[in-house]
Ligand binder design. Structure first.
Ligand code: SF4
Length: 371
């Protein structure tokens, strides 16, 4: 299949792995963070880390949109879903994210009208079909999915649909990366930049990483050869004593990003002063709310929400996984009390979560190459 097979070629993969081996300095340990959950999924699915030298460690970042939703936001969503007359809509993964008293799926079993949708437009379709009900869309995701929410809200307003609103949980990628770079817990040598987010924001927003922190960033696609090539490009920068933003995913990502998508986001959203991230705590200006121009479509202004901060369960170590401080299998409940069928933490829910990815694909014997 064109644009797929050529990025999964085993021979080429082994050739790039040999270039990676040649680029590393024996005795030096390299920590490279893949920011995006899609990369984590690819790494485990294709066994990419098995092709790397032992001294090249991949660290999973905070770029899985479901994983970073704190329990309090799930509780707030459930509170809205239980309002009389509400049809509450969300993506499938979100249904299984635990709040402090259960998931949206539990609330659905208890009688709330909660429906899975594949896009915000599906939710708008429900609002058109059921004009006497209040339809709420629980929006999640980074800049990747925020434009589709923005365009749906613009359409709702243009059509004068009054029974539709959005509970906005969209987050932005730069503030958590800055928080990680400031963290004393973690020493990183470089970043595999998030390919999906970058299709919207472009390569430009990542310039602060080499400029302020002296670390290379390579924006990468999601096929195995994309990821391997990006790792090689990072290691080559390090070997040459350089740091810059490079773009491996040129077939999709431009330097400036998708200008129309950014314009739609600028019209519909405003930055929140701060937002709580699971495991990372409150981060300033790291999330979006609806702008005042779209206030009438804001579910948080239309319905009462408790807005209570809820601590994660004691057994849950998602925060340390999201910060790359521990590996999924180092969590005390990984694969025992916490599995994809019964998740305690968010990282086990979405296929992009590091714990789910490792649970599903990673438990294989590894043969690592020594540099
Ligand atoms: S195993 Fe479960 S509780 Fe532990 S970090 Fe992963 S998702 Fe969180």
């Amino acid at each position: 299949m064109r644009f797929v097979d050529e990025f999964r070629d085993g021979e080429l993969g082994r050739a790039v792995a040999a270039q990676i081996l040649a680029a590393v300095e024996p005795g030096r340990h390299y920590k490279v963070m893949e920011v995006c959950g899609g990369h984590t999924h690819s790494i485990y699915r294709y066994g990419i880390d098995d092709l790397l030298p032992e001294n090249v460690e991949l660290v999973h970042g905070p770029g899985c949109p479901v994983c970073v939703i704190p329990m309090g936001r799930v509780d707030d969503g459930i509170a809205i879903a239980r309002q009389p007359g509400v049809i509450f809509t969300c993506f499938g993964d979100m249904l299984r994210v635990p709040g402090s008293h259960g998931t949206l799926l539990d609330a659905k079993a208890e009688g709330a009208d909660i429906r899975m949708v594949y896009s915000p437009l599906d939710a708008l379709r429900i609002a058109r079909a059921e004009p006497h009900r209040e339809v709420v869309f629980f929006a999640i995701g980074f800049e990747t999915t925020a434009p589709s929410t923005a365009l749906t809200l613009m359409r709702a307003r243009a059509e004068g649909i009054r029974n539709f609103s959005c509970m906005c949980n969209h987050v932005t990628i730069v503030p958590p990366l800055r928080a990680l770079l400031e963290s004393p817990d973690l020493r990183l040598d470089g970043f595999i930049g998030p390919g999906h987010v970058s299709t919207v924001v472009g390569a430009r927003p990542f310039e602060f990483i080499p400029a302020d922190y002296g670390r290379p960033v390579v924006i990468a696609g999601f096929e195995p050869l994309d990821v391997l090539q990006a790792i090689h490009m990072i290691l080559r920068q390090l070997a040459e004593g350089r740091c810059a933003v490079e773009n491996q995913y040129t077939r999709v990502v431009s330097y400036e990003g998708n200008v129309r998508a950014l314009q739609a986001m600028a019209e519909v959203f405003a930055l929140r002063p701060h937002f709580e991230w699971r495991g990372l705590g409150f981060i300033s200006q790291s999330a979006l709310r609806l702008s005042d121009a779209y206030a009438e479509l804001d579910a948080e202004r239309r319905f009462p929400v408790p807005g209570v901060r809820v601590a994660d369960p004691k057994a849950c170590q998602c925060g340390e996984v999201l910060k790359g401080v521990i590996k999924p299998w180092e969590c005390k409940v990984f694969g025992t009390a916490c599995t994809p069928d019964h998740a305690i933490g968010t990282c086990m829910v979405s296929p992009e979560g590091a714990c789910a990815a490792y649970y599903n694909y990673g438990r294989l014997t590894r043969e690592r190459v020594s540099a």
